[in-house]
Design a protein around this ligand. Structure first.
Ligand SMILES: Cc1cc2nc3c(=O)[nH]c(=O)nc-3n(C[C@H](O)[C@H](O)[C@H](O)COP(=O)(O)OP(=O)(O)OC[C@H]3O[C@@H](n4cnc5c(N)ncnc54)[C@H](O)[C@@H]3O)c2cc1C
Length: 461
């Protein structure tokens, strides 16, 4: 543990409005624990910020004492960069206000908000912006890495809907970034992760959504996997922007609409959301039902915010998780064969392979328009290893790595930085592709000492 003078900590506490937690303090262990139970780190201090001024104090304190800094939004990042050993964890999870202006369709969101917090406030006005598919995820980390979910094909990546941000930079300044102010920083924030400063508020464009949407799941037997995936790949090429269909293969959870003898067996599921007129959506999804003889389906018109929470029970905090991911411009026969092969030997009951679809509006911006550059990624595959006990680590990780290697020949360039694990620092430049050089130049300008380095790090060299 880094030795800090008690007097220095007391002085910091006196200037800080939120709580400062030290090892042994009540709440310290709870706050340092993040979504992925594989990560178990012990910061020297946790600064629980309640205002942008607190963030400035925390950044200045860390710089003065040469402390490693980590930033926690929703604490969901698989790499565990929200928490550091021996340094200062800047915890933003108490900063949770969302202000919606329904007339201008704009929302100002603080960095401790989860997707559920943001969706609830925006849906009160029948509005939303594209976010991810697990409502306990943090808006901050998701946005800074790109962000995609059920509305992205219609309205773009989350970053495509970011209008401006307030940021505390490495030298403790508070700056505003938008297309017209510090536009270089604004370019970098939209995909560059936590490399350029601590964002203390985000301003988003909202769109009319729902409040009810046609959404749900169709579950097919695993023996039909190859056929279902092949048809899914064909269907996804031409589906309209309002429709998003993802493929998930895993062992069936005990869903009430599935026969009991299917529970625990491998299945292939299509998860879908139609963000337009529901009668039109019904017609469009009919072909999906004909991909095979389904075990069952659970599709209906439900509140958008309920669909946003539908997968939460399968994605709770506290399990051990290890991810690997690829982008694809096309889901080729070769990729499908490897997916089916590895889905046939899943290492644990909770492990899943999902293929999310992008395209539509996400593909209409130029790759260099902002730091997020994978505009050609039509599919993002996440190999989501998930299990309960440390004794299973080696076996489950080995399965994910092997599958990742075997599917690599079919993948396209680029990767989604929000899905990279802690050991994938060598994939960061690959993830950004041609925009990486510009990100390095920006890092040199805004963070030349690499003060913010607990992230998918862009090194200022
Ligand atoms: C179950 C699950 C489902 C997911 N589903 C999706 C999905 O559907 N779509 C999708 O796009 N992604 C998805 N993700 C990935 C998600 O986008 C990333 O894990 C993201 O980093 C989570 O953000 P967070 O704020 O919760 O994480 P944190 O771990 O708190 O933050 C991640 C990193 O972001 C940076 N950061 C966070 N807040 C700030 C800030 N205010 N200022 C500067 N830097 C900051 C820091 O570097 C930090 O280490 C999912 C993740 C999980 C665990």
């Amino acid at each position: 543990m880094k030795q800090l003078q008690k007097a220095s900590v007391d002085e910091f506490k006196a200037r800080f409005r939120g709580d400062v937690l030290l090892p042994g303090d009540a709440g310290y262990d709870e706050v340092r624990q993040i979504w992925n139970a594989m990560i178990d780190r012990r910061p020297a201090l946790i600064a629980r910020c309640v205002s942008p001024e607190d963030v400035v104090q925390a950044v200045n304190f860390a710089r003065k004492h040469n402390l490693l800094v980590s930033i926690r939004g929703g604490g969901h990042n698989i790499a565990g960069n929200a928490v550091c050993d021996d340094g200062l964890m800047i915890d933003l999870s108490l900063m949770k206000s969302v202000q919606v202006d329904p007339n201008t369709r704009r929302a100002t969101v603080e960095p401790g908000c989860t997707l559920a917090d943001f969706d609830a406030a925006a849906q009160a006005h029948g509005q939303a912006t594209p976010l991810g598919i697990n409502s306990t995820t943090g808006v901050a980390g998701l946005t800074l890495g790109g962000g995609f979910g059920w509305l992205s094909r219609k309205y773009g990546m989350t970053v495509d809907n970011l209008l401006s941000a307030h940021v505390v930079t490495a030298d403790g300044r508070q700056v505003h970034a938008s297309e017209t102010e510090n536009d270089d920083l604004f370019w970098g924030l939209r995909g560059g992760g936590g490399n350029f400063g601590v964002v203390t508020s985000f301003e988003f464009q909202l769109h009319p959504v729902g409040p009810d949407v046609l959404s749900g799941l169709i579950v097919f037997p695993f023996v039909q996997a190859k056929s279902v995936l092949t048809q899914f790949a064909r269907f996804a090429e031409t589906m309209p922007d309002d429709l998003t269909v993802w493929m998930v293969t895993r062992k069936a959870p005990p869903l009430p609409f599935l026969p009991k003898d299917v529970h625990g067996k491998e299945i292939v599921a299509l998860a879908l959301c139609y963000a337009g007129d529901t009668a039109e959506g019904e017609k469009l999804i009919q072909p999906l039902r004909e991909f095979g003889r389904a075990h069952g389906e659970h599709i209906g018109v439900q509140p958008y915010s309920a669909w946003q929470q539908a997968f939460d029970p399968l994605l709770t905090k506290g399990a051990r998780n290890y991810w690997k991911s690829h982008n694809f411009t096309k889901l080729s026969d070769g990729a499908i064969d490897v997916i089916v092969e590895y889905a046939g030997k899943l290492p644990s009951p909770q492990t899943e392979i999902f293929v999310g679809t992008l395209g539509g509006q996400t593909a209409r911006l130029a790759p260099g328009a902002m730091a997020y550059s994978s505009r050609d990624a039509k599919y993002v595959m996440n190999v989501h290893g998930r299990w309960e006990s440390a004794a299973e680590d080696q076996r489950c990780i080995a399965w994910a790595r092997e599958f990742f290697a075997k599917s690599k020949p079919f993948a396209s360039a680029g990767a989604y930085i929000n899905f990279l694990t802690e050991e994938e620092t060598d994939r960061v430049a690959f993830a950004y592709g041609a925009t990486y050089k510009r990100l390095v130049d920006l890092k040199k300008k805004y963070d030349p000492t690499n003060f913010f380095r607990m992230n998918q790090n862009i090194k200022p060299v």
